[in-house]
Design a protein around this ligand. Sequence first.
Ligand code: DON
Length: 577
Amino acid sequence: MPYTIFAYNCIMNRITINILFLFLVACAPSQKNSETLVNGRNIITRNAMVVSAHPQASYIGASILARGGNAVDAAVATELALAVCYPEAGNLGGGGFMVIRKADGKSFVIDYREKAPGSASRDMFIDGDGNVPEGVSTDTHLASGVPGTPDGMITANSRHGRLPFRDVIQPAIDLAKNGFRITAIQASDLNSNRENFINRNSVNTAFVKDGPWKEGDLLVQEDLARTLERIRDNGREGFYSGVTALLIEEEMKRGNGVISRQDLLTYSASEREPLTSAYRGYRIITVPPPSGGGVILIQLLKMTEQYNFGEWGFNSYQAIHLIAEAERRAFADRAEHLGDPDFMNVRVSQLLDTGYLRSRMSTFDPERATSSADILPGAPGAYSSEQTTHYSVVDKDGNAVSATTTLNGTFGSSIVVQGAGFLLNNQMDDFSVKPGLPNMYGLAGGEINAVSSGKKMLSSMTPVIVEKDGKLFFVAGSPGGSTIPTTVYQIITNVIDYGMGIQESVDAGRFHHQWLPDMITFEKSRIDNTASAALREMGHVLRERSSIGRVSAIMIRADGTIEGGADKRGDNTSCGF
Ligand code: DON
């Protein structure tokens, strides 16, 4: 089928990103495509699309689609490419969640979240005086959970892909070997993290060069290419045993880390039942625990569904007040009631019970902010910066993938496995390392999310797929730590309650409340002064932030064409045909 480009809403943006793209793909692995790919922001195609945080990864994913791969093949190729060209968050050493919706309407979740090592224990981050020394759960070898991404990608490909794994991993190998041109944002990310790379690694890494990085510099990762080749040639054994496992073991010894050979051998990704719910007649498909993101998202949708806030005006003070109050209540529940369901009793159906959620909103005062001190976690059952990355894929048959993956902090712990070229995550900080003490996103949690051997740390990642009339409607997700579920909630309500297209929904201003600290953070210059003054008047504390989230989304429009929603807050790019 010939490719078609329909509309461009933001010509300047498109021109800028296309110049950047042409520059960046100049050394992309050569692909024999039967389709010509279009890319940028504000693009609409007829057949298929990938939106991710980096132009190279979107290009690689879309190339796989053009060669006849399905959405899962493209997702795996995109994620492995992100592990090379977006080391801030793309990874082999991290983990994530993938939602798959097949064209026949069946949906699946692949949980490849990291696990605590076997020797991890509840008080491993607490010293003899009962304090938590700063940085141990974020900046050291102990910060790393057992990586899940390699097995997650192999599982997704073997159960749901169409192309052989070696075909979907090869573009990432070529990218690591030949190098890629970094963007201006990446030059700044690498320069700001320079000291961490130097201080936390005993040898030089690919991420540090003699002088400062500049936009357009070539980043080559030979060790990473060899690790990817071992995975290509040996499957999961290429990472979880053999040479790579040995290199991880040696890295752990060097830095007093605790991930063992046995931890690697026994890690496996799992398939879980998706979490689903209705919202104003649409069907929401998202992730269950050990991500709390899906539960928070559905709680927010259900708590606010009884109000027609679409008529109150977009980002009006009344709508922001309502949503912030729902967020306050949802995040209070998160702290007390969400953790790894393989270890703890997580009462998902009670937390999502409509009667329970209505009762949570019974203290909502349309005129005044409630104080978070007065909002305790509920009793469900009584009623019948950071860097992560999200990509979205839709193929020409209507299969879709929504996946969020992370190392936790930007570049994870900044520790590179010597000889293997990939960064270790610092996901252990997502546990409540000392119950009650807030983590790096200010999220407090209780015993339910305490550290335990082999347990998964609670996540906020919220990949989502939305159906309309039983058909695929849109795919979305975002990074942003605690702000992920509230960002995804706003993408959904922007479309459903405010009638926005997907790029418009992604561009729109965002805000966030997470119970504690008791404040609404909002994007500077995206919420008008009258609304912020009215919210302060109602008793809310407001704090400006330069940006919240970096969404990658795709929508199927009424005429069947496909619209990309690529966030200009980052280098996010849509690519399709
Ligand atoms: O799993 C989580 O919820 C966090 N580790 C995500 C971190 C994140 O999104 C950082 N990005 N901005």
